[in-house]
Write a protein that binds this ligand. Structure first.
Ligand code: TLP
Length: 346
């Protein structure tokens, strides 16, 4: 029995086309800037984000960390959502490695930060307080349900930030999902910001890597920081080759993952004992809760599904995340719904 793995879109394996591109990639020493495949990927990425330059990094976490370290000094403060990945799931890197403080504000249901909350988080010019430096957005927003923020919202917040002397970094790990869901280009969601990280290794299916984009000056700074973080990767053009294929072919097909997530959500919603935690999915994430009437623990449902060949993400108490991706077919969606029925009936 083949396992259906819905834990994350990070589990995606490279496509045959990517493996072919990797095997035949032209490479060089990227620490010297001599890897032609990495240089090509960085150029493509910058163009797609509407920014001057790009930097290939090992992961989304490294991209966000290098960005925030490049924008901030020790003792500076970022304004970030309480549910943002940077705050919840990046091992506190900005504080451990950068001495950077965070002011956490609530996320709205779509993952956005309200202008009023940002306004009240901005510090005054008082020696007792840290210096507000950067606002961090996340689009799509993972912990809020794979929700997206609009081009108008991003423009409004970027304008507000700049008028108040603040910078904006977007954690756009899944920015192409946000773009596909709205029928806009990625750059319409990123160009007004000062920097963006997006991931090649999630819905885009490449095996490793993310790209951090921003101005040339910013990327020069981030390049040094990537070295400091141990992320100078030498002949990583083999990985970048898969990233180029990912950018060429994957963004156009993400709508399929979104459709499958919807179909999955609608099917699960019919099953007694399950409710959708964030409504019908906006992109590729389905969050469900098991109601108190079901006589199973959080882990028991997880284990039953695992035994039926379906792996899901334990996201909290009686709370689960299911992520659709390239390797999840329509046929599998039906099997997943049946597996849930079986698990909850027996
Ligand atoms: N998210 C992972 C887990 O860490 C939760 C996942 O399975 O979704 N930003 C966002 C919004 C992310 O969701 C993630 C990964 C990252 C950054 C970090 O990317 P990586 O894993 O490449 O460091």
């Amino acid at each position: 029995m083949d396992t259906i793995d819905l834990r994350s879109d990070t589990v995606t394996l490279p496509t045959p086309e990517m493996r072919e591109a990797m095997a035949t990639a032209d490479v060089g020493d990227d620490v010297y800037g001599e890897d032609p495949t990495i240089n090509k990927l960085q150029g493509m990425a910058a163009e797609m984000m509407g920014m001057e330059a790009g930097l290939f990094v090992a992961s989304g976490t490294m991209g966000n960390l290098a960005a925030i370290l490049a924008h901030c000094q020790r003792g500076d403060e970022i304004i970030v959502g309480k549910k943002n990945h940077v705050f919840l799931n990046e091992a506190g890197g900005i504080s451990a490695l950068g001495g950077i403080h965070s002011y956490q504000v609530p996320n709205q249901t779509d993952g956005s930060l309200a202008v009023d909350d940002i306004a009240s988080a901005i510090r005054s010019d008082d020696a007792h307080e840290p210096i507000s430096r950067l606002i961090c957005l996340e689009n799509t927003h993972n912990a809020c349900g794979g929700t997206y923020q609009s081009r108008e919202y991003v423009q409004e917040i970027c304008q507000y930030a700049h008028e108040h002397g603040l910078l904006i970094h977007i954690d756009g790990a899944r920015i192409f999902n946000a773009a596909a869901a709205q029928g806009v280009s990625a750059k319409e969601l990123t160009a007004p910001a000062d920097s963006v990280t997006f991931c090649l290794s999630k819905g885009l299916c490449a095996p490793v890597g993310s790209v951090l984009c921003g101005s040339k000056k910013f990327i020069t700074k981030a390049h040094r920081l990537r070295k400091l973080l141990g992320g100078g990767m030498r002949q990583a053009g083999f990985l970048a080759a898969a990233g180029i294929t990912a950018l060429e072919v994957m963004p156009q097909r993400l709508w399929q993952d979104h459709e499958r997530a919807k179909k999955l959500a609608l099917g699960l919603k019919q099953i007694p004992g399950l409710v959708l935690a964030h409504g019908i999915p906006a992109t590729n994430m389905v969050f469900i809760r098991m109601t108190p009437e079901v006589n199973l623990t959080t882990v028991e449902l997880y284990e039953k599904l695992k035994n039926l060949g379906v792996l899901i993400d334990l996201a909290g108490d009686r709370y689960y995340r299911l992520v659709t991706h390239y390797w999840i077919t329509n046929h599998m969606v039906d099997s997943i719904i049946n597996a849930f029925r079986d698990a909850l009936n027996n």
